[in-house]
Design a protein around this ligand. Structure first.
Ligand SMILES: Nc1nc2c(ncn2[C@@H]2O[C@H](COP(=O)(O)OP(=O)(O)OP(=O)(O)O)[C@@H](O)[C@H]2O)c(=O)[nH]1
Length: 503
């Protein structure tokens, strides 16, 4: 596999691994958001339940006062009685700063705080007007105001008092201590913003700003309007309703629709644990990537090295084979070459000569054999030394090159004796060649030791006959002819006829 393919395969493995890790990371994030959503919803629901319980309790208190006053309306109870009634009910309702009785004209008739009641006109207050204007209003939750009675910030509630005929007798009101409302939204998680709002957006309580709760921001007011139209119970938004930025928000209206709880948590808080684990994930991802890259590189190097080793082994094998072939050729050449002259030796001559003989014999072709012997070579040796004799032999071996055909076979037979096989050559042709050879040897000059040596050669010739069974037979006849050549005076060619007696 090429380096590019390795790189592509490695990149794909890394990509898949990183995508898997990213998927795990994304899942972790979604789960953290889900957990955050559950905790925000729980905080809002808890605050709503506690607020509804409180308002039910306060409603029962005001209803109780209302019933007593209505029952006693015909007997016109005195101020002290009313004050004591309010005082007793207030004593068992610590959430209220005071309980007040207001006349049908809006003037304060009695209060649990002081006796006698100060002359205060409350006809302009929303919690008074709402009850005077509506005979069946139920419990009314007023806007937070500064009490004219106590001078502190309170959240007013009120109930209408009717006589048996349904006519307005007066209004009973209670001033809720804002701290009680603030306690409803306590115990929130870190970073949680929680608010209880009236339908008109006035804040009744909030977390974490206990003292100065901001009124509902525009987006909450928009939710309230939507709620009025659609009657939705809860809405979860990814955009925070109370804080800035993104996060999880929950909006819950009360059963009677008089107030709403809104809670939200910023993404930063929701994902705090996820963010805390992020470096661990990144280190794992980075470590995984590095580990995969190291493993990939290691595997690539191992495979490359193995391939290189195999290539080198193959190259070494090829080189060894070449050397063995070369060596074999050299050995073959040495085994078939005469060391002194470089011509073929007897073995090579016999191998190749037998093959030429067999070919000629089978196809009835002509073939001639010559045996050559240097004349009086012993005297050359004696006169010029062995080195002189060797020089003559070396020179002799070069002469046939210029006379013979390349298809002819020339070899040193041993000592000063040489032999030639002439394929496709009849007796006449061979004689002609023999004469040319004799002439060439005569003219051959051998420089040696500052002198020029000359030599002659005697040649014995034989040609193939039908009765010849081997090259050896021709060689024997050529030897006989050579003997005659020597006997006849040397430097000449003689031939021995075959059984047929023709040349
Ligand atoms: N320098 C040299 N001499 C050799 C070599 N081989 C054989 N001789 C010598 O060649 C001589 C052959 O001599 P002879 O067989 O008597 O024949 P000749 O002297 O050539 O006489 P004729 O053949 O009758 O003409 C011997 O003295 C051998 O020692 C060789 O390789 N080198």
């Amino acid at each position: 596999m090429s380096a590019a393919r390795w790189a592509i395969a490695g990149a794909i493995v890394l990509l898949v691994t990183d995508l898997l890790l990213a998927w795990v990371l994304w899942n972790e994030r979604e789960r953290a958001l889900e957990r955050g959503q559950e905790s925000v919803t729980l905080a809002a629901a808890t605050a709503l339940r506690r607020a509804e319980s409180l308002f039910e309790l306060l409603d029962r208190t005001l209803s109780g006062v209302s019933e007593v006053v209505a029952a006693r309306a015909s007997t016109a109870p005195d101020d002290l009685y009313l004050h004591r009634l309010l005082l007793r009910r207030n004593a068992i309702t610590p959430a209220l700063v005071s309980i007040n009785l207001i006349g049908a004209d809006g003037r304060l008739l009695s209060t649990s705080r002081t006796y006698p009641a100060p002359p205060i006109d409350l006809s302009d207050r929303d919690y008074v007007k709402a009850q005077i204007d509506d005979w069946n209003k139920g419990l009314f939750l007023g806007s937070p105001v500064t009490s004219r009675l106590s001078g502190i910030q309170i959240v007013p509630i009120s109930r209408r008092i009717n006589n048996d005929g349904g006519r307005l007798i007066g209004v009973v009101s209670g001033a809720i201590d804002p701290h009680y409302l603030h306690d409803l939204v306590s115990n929130g998680a870190d970073g949680l913003l929680l608010g209880i709002f009236r339908r008109d957006g006035h804040a009744l309580a909030c977390l974490p700003h206990r003292e100065e709760c901001p009124d509902a921001p525009p987006q909450v007011k928009h939710m309230i309007d939507s709620d009025l139209e659609g009657g939705a119970e809860a809405e979860i938004s990814k955009v925070r309703l109370l804080g800035k930025g993104r996060g999880i928000s929950v909006y819950l209206p009360s059963r009677d629709g008089q107030f709403f709880v809104v809670a939200d948590l910023p993404s930063k808080t929701l994902l705090a644990s996820w963010h805390a684990n992020l470096p661990v994930f990144l280190v794992i991802a980075l470590g995984g990537n590095v580990a995969l890259m190291v493993i990939g590189l290691y595997a690539y190097r191992q495979v490359t090295r193995r391939r290189q080793a195999l290539d080198e082994l193959a190259a070494t094998n090829r080189e060894l084979e070449d050397r063995v072939r070369e060596r074999t050729r050299e050995l073959h050449r040495l085994a078939h070459t005469d060391v002194l002259t470089g011509a073929r030796n007897r073995r090579a001559f016999m191998d190749e000569g037998e093959a030429l003989f067999a070919l000629a014999h089978r196809h009835h072709r002509d073939l001639a054999v010559m045996v050559l012997d240097v004349d009086r070579f012993k005297s050359i040796n004696d006169r010029y030394g062995h080195a002189g004799g060797d020089a003559v032999l070396r020179a002799l071996a070069t002469v046939p090159d210029s006379v013979l055909r390349t298809s002819d076979l020339f070899a040193r037979f041993g000592g000063e004796e040489f032999a030639i096989v002439l394929p496709e050559t009849d007796c006449m042709g061979a004689m002609e060649v023999g004469q040319r050879l004799l002439a060439a040897f005569r003219e051959c000059e051998v420089p040696h030791d500052g002198q020029v040596l000359r030599f002659t050669v005697s040649i014995g010739l034989s040609v193939i006959g039908p009765a010849d069974a081997s090259l050896e037979a021709l060689l024997q006849r050529a030897d006989l002819a050579l003997y005659r050549a020597k006997e006849s005076g040397r430097d000449r060619l003689e031939w021995t006829p075959a059984d047929s007696g023709v040349c």
